[in-house]
Design a protein. Structure first.
Length: 582
């Protein structure tokens, strides 16, 4: 009898242990971070039209259809298609001239649309009823960023006039109240499915997170050190996918987050993609087994203008590079590859190539040969992390670059003086308020002085004889010429002119009219009488340049003053990414 009692107690203990073990295993399964892995990538569209990938325009879904921004030669629409691919049609939005997809409601019945500028939201907010219903504007709300609050009839937003204040209001704009304040201007935001967390992006590509009331505010993935862009959660809130931007591509990352029973646990961060496709904000399918995003493959074709035929033809085998600058003897050229954004030099025929900068250095801008042909000065540029901008110089025969200028001025656009003893450059304080200005660095004293009355001007180009500086206004609307002799500035005729470029003899100043990659005329000014003439027409040609990517209107000049451009030969399409959780 005793033995039987002991056996029963032992069986009871074992049964309880098994039950507790199973419960613990089930609890762990509920709270453990599930690590996502991308197992396949499929291109869904083949339109060849811009999707706004550069500006992180999202693709959103109601479960069966995808909605995304698409533009072709300036004509913008919100397009829709099946999540499986197939035909594309446009949503009718006659009242919204420049629509931008922002968010979609949990039930898929409403689309958040902003009437925007390309550099961000900063426009009126609209609610569009799906599948193709009417649109209604949210009161007089002009915002920097906005998102639906899941499971409610409310909106979270940062007003353009108060970009550091986040408000919560009904979808008609009523009952608005301040939710919380943030340390910097908000550029984008998203609310978690359980409404317990808000992640938002501020200037410089930094991401923050906090509760819906602003509690527990902290940096998200601060140790990463690269610009981050706000993403989306999957339906159960346990996986958050976002964009990380580096010198060459925008890759997808994910935070595998604890389950709802342990919401405050640490997230596990994993990289999902690693080029060559640059992705914008990803959106999960309703079952979480796929993500949808705009994807961009960057490629360019160097072309030279033929005045006789008035056509651009491939140059140097149509290599994908820009920011060309020729040595004073015309035998060598420095350039930046696209999209790698790396500095090279070679003979003018492309032989004797040598790579001069290497990752993880940031994108390289506008290299310039020293007058003696021994050195090349350039800007190391960080889009989003502009406080890290540096002006550096490297030997034309290779070696480690040497730092010339850094700090809080965001230095850029260096030019050698004719005697090689100083550098003219532009920039602006990262603290704001002072605007841009132009400075001269003495290489002997290592001190910089400000060019008189150069405030609110940028992109300086020093003439070969050192007598003039050409520069654009801060808003790129006007082009100005500074005379060191008279110490005065004067405005040149024309508007919307950029990328000023001097002829080798200093008699002419070239500039391109156009923006956002849709160039128009390239003009030549005779100095000093300002007589202007058209030398090339790039109307209808989609342009690109290193660091800034598509829709950048850079042009260059060969030693015999033939015009160079970098044609945009890249693609922007919608992709589906298969996801598994492990």
């Amino acid at each position: 009898m005793v033995r039987t009692g002991k056996a029963q107690r032992w069986r009871y203990v074992v049964a309880v242990a098994l039950i507790l073990g199973a419960a613990a295993g089930a609890l762990y399964w509920l709270v453990r971070p599930r690590v996502p892995v991308v197992t396949g990538i499929h291109q869904l569209t083949h339109t060849g039209q811009q999707k706004g990938t550069r500006y992180n325009s999202p693709v959103v879904t109601d479960g069966t259809r995808l909605y995304f921004r698409e533009s072709n030669h300036g004509k913008v629409r919100i397009a829709q298609m099946s999540t499986k691919g197939g035909d594309i049609s446009a949503l009718e939005m006659p009242a919204i001239p420049d629509p931008w997809v922002g968010d979609i409601s949990v039930d898929g019945s409403d689309l958040l649309v902003a009437e925007t500028k390309l550099e961000g939201v900063d426009g009126w907010v609209w609610i569009a009823s799906l599948p193709n219903g009417p649109q209604r504007r949210v009161d007089e709300l002009l915002v920097n960023a906005a998102a639906f609050v899941p499971g409610s009839n409310q909106l979270l937003y940062a007003e353009a006039a108060q970009p550091k204040q986040v408000f919560r209001a009904d979808l008609d704009g009523n009952h608005a109240r301040r939710a919380f304040s943030v340390p910097e201007d908000v550029h984008d935001m998203i609310v978690s499915p359980d409404r317990k967390l808000v992640r938002f992006e501020v200037a410089g590509g930094r991401m923050w997170e906090c509760g819906l009331d602003g509690s527990g505010m902290r940096r998200f993935f601060a140790e990463h050190g690269r610009p981050l862009h706000v993403g989306k959660w999957n339906a159960d809130g346990r996986t958050y996918a976002f964009v990380s931007e580096d010198a060459e591509t925008r890759n997808l990352w994910a935070a595998a987050e604890p389950g709802r029973l342990h919401r405050t646990g640490a997230s596990k961060l994993v990289q999902l993609t690693n080029g060559p496709i640059s992705f914008s904000v990803p959106t999960f399918s309703r079952d979480g087994k796929q993500m949808f995003a705009n994807g961009e493959i960057r490629r360019g074709e160097l072309a030279i203008y033929e005045p006789a035929s008035h056509e651009f033809i491939p140059y140097l085998d149509g290599m994908s590079a820009g920011f060309f600058d020729y040595s004073s003897d015309g035998q060598w050229v420095a350039y930046v590859t696209y999209p790698q954004n790396v500095l090279w030099r070679s003979r003018v025929d492309g032989t004797e190539r040598m790579q001069l900068t290497f990752p993880p250095m940031g994108p390289i801008l506008l290299p310039k040969w020293s007058p003696d042909g021994k050195l090349i000065v350039f800007t190391e540029f960080y889009s989003g992390h502009q406080e890290q901008n540096k002006i550096e110089v490297v030997s034309a025969n290779g070696g480690s670059p040497m730092l010339l200028v850094s700090g809080d001025f965001m230095p850029a656009d260096p030019n050698w003086s004719p005697d090689g003893k100083s550098i003219v450059y532009g920039g602006a304080s990262i603290a704001g308020g002072g605007g841009t200005e132009i400075r001269v660095l003495s290489l002997e004293t290592k001190r910089s002085t400000t060019v008189p009355d150069s405030q609110h001007k940028f992109g300086p180009k020093l003439s070969p004889d050192g007598r003039y500086i050409a520069a654009s206004s801060e808003d790129t609307a006007q082009l100005f010429l500074y005379s060191f002799d008279s110490k005065t500035w004067k405005q040149l005729p024309g508007t919307g002119l950029g990328w000023p470029m001097w002829s080798r003899d200093g008699r002419y100043l070239y500039a391109i009219q156009g923006h956002d990659g849709q160039g128009g005329q390239i003009y030549r000014y005779r100095v000093p009488d300002e007589r202007k003439e058209v030398v090339a027409d790039v109307t209808g040609i989609e342009l690109a340049c290193p660091a800034f990517g598509p829709r950048c209107t850079w042009f260059g000049l060969t030693p015999d003053e033939r015009v160079l451009v970098l044609r945009d030969r890249g693609t922007e399409e919608v992709y589906a990414l298969d996801v598994e959780y492990r």
